[in-house]
Design a protein. Structure first.
Length: 374
């Protein structure tokens, strides 16, 4: 009989999106939000511009790269990139989980591009990246939020590429080293790694991406919410704090709060360190228990944010385990993604406290034995 733990996580929030708020988060921290003011007022634009500038600073983006706040979370940002940029060159699409497959489906079924190549792998694996042709435009996710798999750095991307690299980095940015000189377009959302609020996306463009935008006109109509150019020139105001549509100044203030916290713990280096320490908690637990394993068997491609696990349980037993963890306030929202293999998924980004994960693992062991009891 396994003893029921007595201590509970202070913050049992392990969802992979929206992710946990930063430690010490309080709504009072958002008091400086310019509520009731136009986002186009001087104070509104200043706060939006601050979010852009702090993003560039913490991520150490090249000076010539542009960052814009755009509608509809990471999905909106990534669709915007694809609809504006694709079609001039052949496209290689790398996908190894559900969101990457969504981008592949949209390219083939909505944009209806014909000159494409698909590089697909099952959950837990990567396709052969050496076969990708970077003379083509290349679309991929850096980290598979639903598979727990990440690309093993940027060495597979040649510096002398002729096509654009278009990267969905939403569960990787602020938690993994991304070689920005290898990335032409990146997107992410506030509610992932830094635990911000939903509905806003971030779009990062290299000079090569801007050149494409200003030299190529896609053959399909673009709705206003997607348009990045006017009269053949980039709408630079978008990347200076003038958004396409009305943003939430409260959500922007929430993002600024997360960015300031990131600065206080050492910036990107501190964020990655905390995430890797969280991953180590689960790695140690898996090493010590025969009934649980990583979906990504290869440590070199194992995500340190969206950590996906397989458990030696029948489907009904697994559901019981998850319900027990939630009922005991030990771990919320840790079921694997609906399209992924059955199992567990713990968010291990920097906003999660290591001690909370350690306590959650004690509860996980208890819940496993409760679920397997006769």
């Amino acid at each position: 009989m396994y003893t029921k733990p007595t201590k509970k996580p202070a913050r049992p929030f392990f969802s992979s999106g929206p992710c946990a708020k930063r430690p010490g988060y309080k709504l009072e921290n958002l008091n400086e939000a310019p509520l009731g003011r136009s986002h186009r007022s001087s104070s509104g634009k200043a706060r939006l511009r601050e979010a852009i500038e702090k993003t560039k600073e913490i991520l150490s983006l090249p000076e010539e790269y542009l960052v814009g706040i755009v509608p509809a979370s990471d999905t909106g940002a990534f669709e915007m990139a694809m609809w504006n940029l694709l079609g001039e060159k052949p496209v290689d699409i790398i996908f190894f989980e559900s969101f990457g497959k969504t981008w592949a489906d949209d390219i083939t079924r909505q944009l209806k591009l014909n000159d494409i190549r698909l590089f697909e792998a099952d959950y837990g694996s990567l396709p052969n990246l050496e076969e990708v042709n970077f003379d083509h435009d290349v679309v991929f996710t850096w980290n598979g939020t639903t598979s727990g798999v990440k690309v093993p750095g940027g060495n597979f991307i040649p510096s002398g590429r002729k096509g654009l690299t278009i990267c969905d980095a939403t569960s990787a940015v602020f938690a993994m080293e991304i070689p920005w000189n290898k990335i032409d377009v990146a997107t992410f959302s506030w509610q992932k790694v830094l635990g911000g609020e939903a509905a806003h996306g971030m779009l990062i463009l290299s000079p090569r991406a801007v050149e494409r935008l200003e030299s190529y006109t896609p053959p399909w109509p673009l709705p206003k919410i997607f348009r990045l150019t006017k009269g053949g020139s980039l709408m630079k105001d978008i990347f200076e704090g003038s958004t396409i549509n009305t943003p939430s100044m409260l959500c922007n203030e929430d993002y600024l709060d997360a960015l300031k916290w990131a600065e206080s713990i050492g910036g990107l280096e501190g964020l990655i360190k905390r995430s890797m320490e969280n991953l180590k908690v689960i790695e140690d637990f898996v090493d010590e228990h025969y009934w649980i394993d990583f979906l990504a068997k290869d440590p070199a491609i194992r995500s340190n944010t969206s950590v996906c696990l397989t458990v030696d349980l029948e489907t009904d037993q697994l559901k019981k385990l998850v319900k027990l963890l939630e009922a005991e306030e030990a771990a919320y929202d840790v079921s694997s993604y609906r399209d992924a293999p059955g199992g567990l998924r713990f968010w291990c980004g920097a906003t999660v406290e290591k001690e909370d994960l350690e306590i959650a693992m004690q509860w996980l062991e208890w819940a496993y034995h409760q679920a397997t009891a006769g």
